[in-house]
Structure formats: C-alpha cells, structure tokens
Design a protein around this ligand. Structure first.
Ligand SMILES: Cc1cc2nc3c(=O)[nH]c(=O)nc-3n(C[C@H](O)[C@H](O)[C@H](O)COP(=O)(O)O)c2cc1C
Length: 179
C-alpha cells in the first residue's frame, strides 16, 4: 500500500526495479572459523575507478552480513549463463550451499571463487552504509579476472541469457557497393 512514508506501492516498486535487467552474482565469504558462506545478489555495481571499488546491497536480514563484516573480505562471483542452478541454490538452499560445487579459495581473501564463473572480484570491505532495510557493502578490489562466456541475466523475476544485438557498421561508400 502507498502511504505517507511510502508514496510508491511495494508492487509498483518491484515492477519498476524488476525492469532493470541485471547480471547475477554469488557473493562469497570465508568465515573466521574456517567455514564458507555465500548468497545470490543482483544489487551489485561498479563504484569507483580510482581506487577500484564495487558495491553490493545486502538485506539487513541476510545471515551472511555479519560474517562478511567480521571477515572484512568477500568475493563477487559473476555467474555465466549455464550457472542458473547455482544462482537458485545460493538464493534458497538451507544448509551447505556449496555441496557438490567446485570452487577454490581466493588468494587474497580466502573467499570462494566458483569454478566456471564469468568473472570474479576479490574485495576488502572498506566501508558500509545503511540504506533502508539493506546495507551497502563497499569493497576495494584486490584481485579479479574475467573469462570468455555468456552472462546469466535477471529481468522481471526471471533468468535469461544475453542476446547481443550488434548494429552493423555500414560505411556510406559500402551502400553503393551493395546496391
Ligand atoms: C536473482 C536474485 C538476486 C538477488 N539479489 C539479492 C541482493 O542483491 N541482495 C540481497 O540481500 N539478496 C538478494 N537476493 C536474495 C538472497 O540471495 C537470499 O535472500 C539468500 O537466501 C540470502 O542468503 P543469506 O541469508 O544466507 O545471506 C537475490 C535473490 C535472487 C534469486
């Protein structure tokens, strides 16, 4: 319901923000006691070029939040198009979400780097900031890499794949040749 504090209805907010197509990531962390955690996140953005920073918006109810704050480190795994099951697993599954998954600890953070991801960024948590019912994690990127693969996308509550629309570059002179 819209009210004085919220002029935009919840449903409208979800409809509008769900129209912003995003990639899908799994944010991972190595806990101080040696265990590892991770959750699916699409509220991820590049933040700064100098220094290299990114941000992740995490629900204040996330069970990973305190572990990331305590570790002071995390890794953003950007998922490839064939990793939809992993996205679902890290959004819903209770217990060990890493069961059956191939991963390695990041050299800089110890946070899991998931095999087959499109790209990853190992981060040091440099700041946090409250934003309503979410917390914004600001991370300085310590190590990162990207591979050739197609991205997994999320749009209006559904997963999808990227269909590159490349406008043909036509030189005016070419038009005469074609004609
Ligand atoms: C496609 C997708 C994107 C999501 N993006 C976020 C996000 O950006 N931030 C967030 O806090 N939760 C996000 N979630 C929900 C979390 O993955 C989910 O609540 C998860 O269970 C949280 O795990 P945790 O409590 O162990 O941290 C997303 C879920 C899906 C399916």
């Amino acid at each position: 319901m819209a009210d004085q504090n919220n002029p935009i209805e919840r449903h409208l907010f979800l409809r509008v923000m769900g129209s912003f197509a995003t990639g899908v990531t799994v944010v991972t962390v190595a806990g101080k006691n040696g265990d590892h955690r991770g959750f699916t996140a699409s509220a991820v953005s590049s933040l700064s070029l100098e220094p290299r920073m990114l941000l992740v918006c995490v629900s204040e109810h996330s069970t990973s939040l305190d572990i990331i704050k305590e570790a002071g480190m995390f890794c953003v795994n950007i998922l490839a198009s064939n990793q939809q099951e992993i996205a679902q697993q890290f959004a819903t599954r209770a217990g060990d979400r890493f069961a059956g998954l191939r991963w390695r600890p990041g050299a800089e953070t110890g946070a899991p780097i998931i095999d087959g991801s499109l790209a990853y960024a190992e981060c040091r948590l440099v700041d946090t900031c409250n934003g309503g019912d979410h917390v914004i994690l600001m991370g300085e990127i310590l190590a990162a890499d990207a591979h050739e693969a197609e991205p997994l996308l999320y749009f209006r509550g559904r997963y999808g794949t990227y269909d590159a629309v490349v406008a043909p570059v036509v030189h005016p002179a070419d038009i005469w040749e074609i004609w």
